[in-house]
Ligand binder design. Structure first.
Ligand code: FES
Length: 136
């Protein structure tokens, strides 16, 4: 009977607010949360893209072309929550073909947009991980 009270960690989705996005950046294991659709736009990449979320939280994700789908420096691997993201479009797929370490879960951070609330985990490939900074 006492065990019934200990169910707070059973489901991450239940722990999240109905409109909350929780995204974790690996391998640093930095997790941020925000309300879906309410993220201030930081002027690079698509609004509410993985790049936009990183910039909103002072997390470094390289974006040499300024988030215009014209390089591959924002390449990430989506480890969880792929179904919460927009479909990959031709421009992004063509650009990704030029990326190093291309995998089935590869996305360009500036083009991968969170379309539904929930939990997402992305990994910044080692070769693309210059540094992660908080606060600057
Ligand atoms: S920042 Fe250049 S493609 Fe994303």
């Amino acid at each position: 009977m006492a065990d019934e009270k200990n169910q707070s960690s059973v489901s991450t989705a239940e722990a999240l607010g109905a409109n909350t996005v929780r995204i974790t950046f690996q391998p640093e294991n930095i997790t941020v949360e925000y309300e879906h659709g309410k993220l201030p736009y930081k002027d690079h990449g698509r609004p509410e893209s993985i790049l936009d979320i990183a910039l909103n939280n002072n997390l470094f994700l390289d974006h040499a072309c300024g988030g215009n789908c014209a390089c591959t420096t924002c390449h990430v691997h989506v480890l969880k929550g792929k179904e919460l993201l927009n479909e990959i479009e031709d421009d992004e797929a063509d650009r990704l073909d030029m990326a190093a370490d291309l995998q089935l879960n590869s996305r360009l951070g500036c083009q991968a947009v969170i379309e539904k609330p929930g939990e997402v985990v992305v990994s910044i490939p080692a070769w693309n991980r210059n540094y992660v900074s908080e606060g600057h």
